[in-house]
Design a protein around this ligand. Structure first.
Ligand code: NAD
Length: 320
């Protein structure tokens, strides 16, 4: 049997490039990336350019997407504008890339005979309900344009499974962190920003009082879930959480970083951000049922590995 071809959309991004590495390490796949480098970086793929095919193009362009899915067996769809605050500022563009792009991808994939599409969805679809942990039986209640866009994508992946018989799955990531997460943008994830602050002994900026909690998930756990989704016998269009099942506050993150670096930095408290949820923690039993997933890297170990990577790579100093 020919080696299956996997398309990673958004493969130059933080999670996408880690998935590419996971696929290459597995050894059982040919890998193609589609990315327009809107938020992803070429440097994230430099080390493996000889082993993958890269199509530079926009997920909103149907012709490009049709080219990208040709001869592909399975898609791990990461491309998106992945930020709540960005979506509050630019809801139309967020919708065009996230929802319009996903629909074009699904449609082209169906036409081209792609067997399986796995969507990167988000815990943000749950919104700010009190119930914790968030389990997949809770009715989603998005509180930002970004969350709406991810929920719409989930519905499309389900409909493509139900109507066209495509094998699809939506994986709801919960605050992923790790090597290659970009700390430089105003839209960067909080741990990426804390990393550079900790290494430079600069103050940590915390929006709100710091007691807001997240189920911070080291990227390797998310990579494993995606690889499992390529291997399981069947996918039925459902949505599942992938996380660690923990509730960690921003103040906990700062404390653990202090222990790892041996330094205590000042904290600056700023306004809460519009659209941000207060508490998030995942129930991960369904991921075990559907994928056989359980988190293999703990929050503390993930933070240690991430700090090690930032200490050597300093993505915020590139281009200086
Ligand atoms: N990082 C997290 O904590 C998190 C949490 C939940 C969900 N997600 C989802 O995971 C996926 C990956 O996120 P990430 O954190 O790696 O972000 P990222 O910004 O590093 O990756 C997104 C990638 O998509 C590409 N992209 C954006 N617009 C595009 C377009 N129009 N055409 C082609 N490519 C385009 C970017 O260049 C980038 O490489 C996203 O779908 C995001 O919504 C991430």
């Amino acid at each position: 049997m020919a080696t299956p071809m996997v398309l990673v959309t958004g493969g130059a991004g933080f999670i996408g490039s880690n998935i590419v590495d996971g696929l290459l390490a597995d050894g059982g796949y040919r890998v193609r990336v589609l990315d327009n480098f809107a938020t992803g970086r070429r440097e994230n793929l430099t080390h493996c350019l000889g082993d993958i095919e890269v199509i530079e193009g926009d997920i909103r362009d149907l012709e490009t997407v049709e080219e990208a899915v040709s001869s592909v067996d399975m898609v791990l769809h990461q491309a998106a504008l992945p930020s709540v605050p960005r979506s509050v500022k630019a809801p139309v563009t967020t919708n065009e890339v996230n929802v319009g792009g996903t629909l074009k991808l699904l449609s082209a994939a169906h036409k081209s005979g792609v067997r399986r599409v796995v969507l990167a969805s988000s815990s943000s679809v749950y919104g700010d309900g009190e119930q914790l942990p968030k389990h997949e039986g809770i009715t989603p209640n998005p509180t930002s344009p970004y969350a709406v866009s991810k929920l719409a994508c989930e519905h499309y992946t389900k409909v493509f499974a139900d109507i066209y018989g495509m094998e699809t799955l939506a994986i709801r990531y919960f605050n992923v962190f790790g090597p290659r997460q970009d700390p430089t943008s105003q839209y960067s994830g909080v741990i990426a920003k804390f990393m550079t602050a900790a290494l430079d002994d600069k103050p940590f900026t915390v929006h709100g009082d710091g007691t807001q909690a997240r189920d911070f998930t080291f990227v390797e756990n998310v990579v494993r879930a995606n690889l499992l989704a390529l291997k399981v016998d069947r996918l039925d269009g459902s949505a599942i959480n992938v996380a660690c099942g923990d509730r960690i506050t921003l103040l906990d993150v700062i404390e653990t970083l202090g222990t790892l670096t041996g330094r205590t930095s000042e904290i600056i408290f700023a306004e809460s951000r519009v659209g941000d949820v207060r508490y998030s923690q995942a129930a991960i039993e369904r991921a075990l049922d559907v994928l056989g997933y359980h988190p293999s890297v703990s929050f503390e170990e993930g933070l240690r590995r991430t700090l090690e990577w930032y200490a050597v790579n300093r993505p915020d100093r590139r281009g200086l």
